[in-house]
Design a protein around this ligand. Structure first.
Ligand code: PDD
Length: 287
């Protein structure tokens, strides 16, 4: 885990991370009543911020949480947080909860004032030897709720799934619901079969991943075909390549699936092309 950098954002103000405090009556603490975003920042600039705003606004709307700022103000606060922490490449976490009450009731009071918290950490790019090794995944039954499209801060199921993946010696869990591939416990998934790349469509069973969108653009830019369709559980075992994608892990090749080598047991050639082009996209947009 990378440590939080020295300055955080709390309710519109920058302050030392070590002195940030919120009430235990915050509904985020009592109910997990809130949403979050993880925005990768390259060269001191947030990557694909409008897409993160789209998802954040959709989440707030779905939960009926008041959005306290217009996009321009959010962008200012985010830039101030990045700058206060020295810029460069970092992950940025933003959490918005419904706010604090004086007691505990499942039904929230109307007109609550949301709590906003943000912090950053240094993003470590995967080292060449890590990329060469790839990652190990296990398939697990999806035990999450039916609104996985909301980036909810209530993350008990993914925490349990990641602990189970770790217990089985894996870095990530690929989740399966009723025989279909859902997504990773904290990542989107792509599979490649006979040169055909596929990813599952947006639905209530998966988060609309921003990295998945960017990887989709990369695939199109490379002139490769991309199928957006449901992926049957069995299909992943016969795949030549599987990749996982997220804000913090970018696009990583899976080399071990349920304890067995996937394909050649090495990162695949299509992943390599997509990875290289993804790096070019990042560089271009940070410039
Ligand atoms: N998680 N699916 C789930 C369930 C996720 O938690 C994530 C990311 C993704 C990928 O989304 P994106 O490309 O927008 O990062 C898909 C983040 C990184 C996290 O919770 O830390």
């Amino acid at each position: 885990m990378a440590d939080a950098l020295s300055t955080c954002l709390l309710d519109g103000a920058l302050l030392p991370t070590s002195s940030a405090r919120i009430s235990p009556f915050d509904r985020g603490f009592l109910f997990g009543d809130g949403i979050y975003e993880v925005v990768p920042c390259y060269g001191g600039r947030p990557f694909r911020l409008p897409a993160h705003f789209d998802r954040l606004e959709a989440g707030l709307d779905a939960l009926g949480i008041h959005n306290p700022y217009p996009r321009a103000r959010w962008a200012e606060l985010i830039q101030a947080l990045i700058t206060a922490n020295g810029g460069g490449d970092m992950g940025l976490y933003l959490e918005i909860t419904r706010g604090t009450e004086q007691g505990r009731d499942f039904l929230p009071q109307p007109g609550m004032n949301p709590t906003i918290f943000g912090f950053c950490w240094r993003l470590e790019v995967a080292r060449p030897e890590q990329l060469e090794r790839g990652i190990s995944v296990v398939t697990l039954e999806d035990i999450r709720w039916l609104r996985c499209d909301i980036k909810s801060i209530a993350l008990l199921a993914p925490v349990m799934l990641r602990m189970e993946a770790k217990r089985r010696g894996a870095d990530e869990a690929i989740l399966v619901r009723q025989g279909r591939l859902a997504e990773g416990s904290s990542s989107a998934v792509f599979v490649v079969n006979d040169g055909r790349i596929a990813t599952a469509p947006a639905s209530n069973e998966r988060l609309p991943s921003i990295t998945r969108l960017v990887v989709g653009e990369v695939i199109v830019a490379l002139g490769l075909p991309l199928e957006v369709r449901e992926i049957h559980h069995d299909e992943i075992y016969t795949s030549d390549e599987i990749w996982i994608a997220s804000a913090t892990r970018e696009v990583m090749p899976v080399t071990l699936l349920d304890g067995r080598a996937l394909g050649t047991g090495k990162p695949g050639p299509i992943w390599r092309r997509v990875f290289d082009e993804y790096q070019a996209f990042k560089k271009r947009e940070a410039a």
